[in-house]
Design a binder for this molecule. Structure first.
Ligand SMILES: [Cu+2]
Length: 141
């Protein structure tokens, strides 16, 4: 009996170590709406911290509600994800995404799966915007 319990525990433990199986790109997305420039504050990335998990499909909707152009850049983070697509203005863009730039009023839906864990910097790299507060972190667990 004791031996059976130990074996069962070993089976359960090894099963819990299997993190993912199947097509990760076709799962239901976890949706996150992000403002790059808000009505009440131009120089914001909101939320400032994204808490993500590896293996999940995310749909990040980037929206510029501000009055000037903004961009989203996180070079180390974008090397550790797999992008399924970016939907913008009726078009679908596939491939590796390094930067997304949004004119005032623009919106983009970005579908991706984080692969590696870590804490990554994100920012708007337009001159003066980072210094004015357009920075944040992506935390992947
Ligand atoms: Cu900006």
């Amino acid at each position: 009996m004791k031996k059976a319990i130990v074996m069962l525990a070993a089976v359960l433990l090894s099963a819990s170590m299997v993190w993912a199986a199947g097509d990760l790109s076709r799962q239901k997305s976890v949706d996150l709406r992000v403002l790059l420039g808000a009505k009440d504050a131009e120089m914001v990335i909101r939320p400032k911290t994204w808490n993500l998990e590896t293996g999940k499909l995310y749909k990040v909707t980037l929206v510029n509600e501000g009055k000037v152009k903004h961009e989203w850049v996180a070079p180390e983070f974008t090397l550790t994800i797999w992008t399924r697509k970016v939907e913008v203005g009726g078009a679908e863009i596939k491939g590796i995404i390094n930067e997304i730039e949004l004119q005032p009023g623009a919106k983009a839906d970005w579908y991706f799966v984080p692969i590696r864990t870590g804490t990554f910097d994100m920012a708007c790299e337009i001159e003066g915007h980072k210094e004015a507060g357009m920075v944040g972190k992506v935390v992947v667990k």
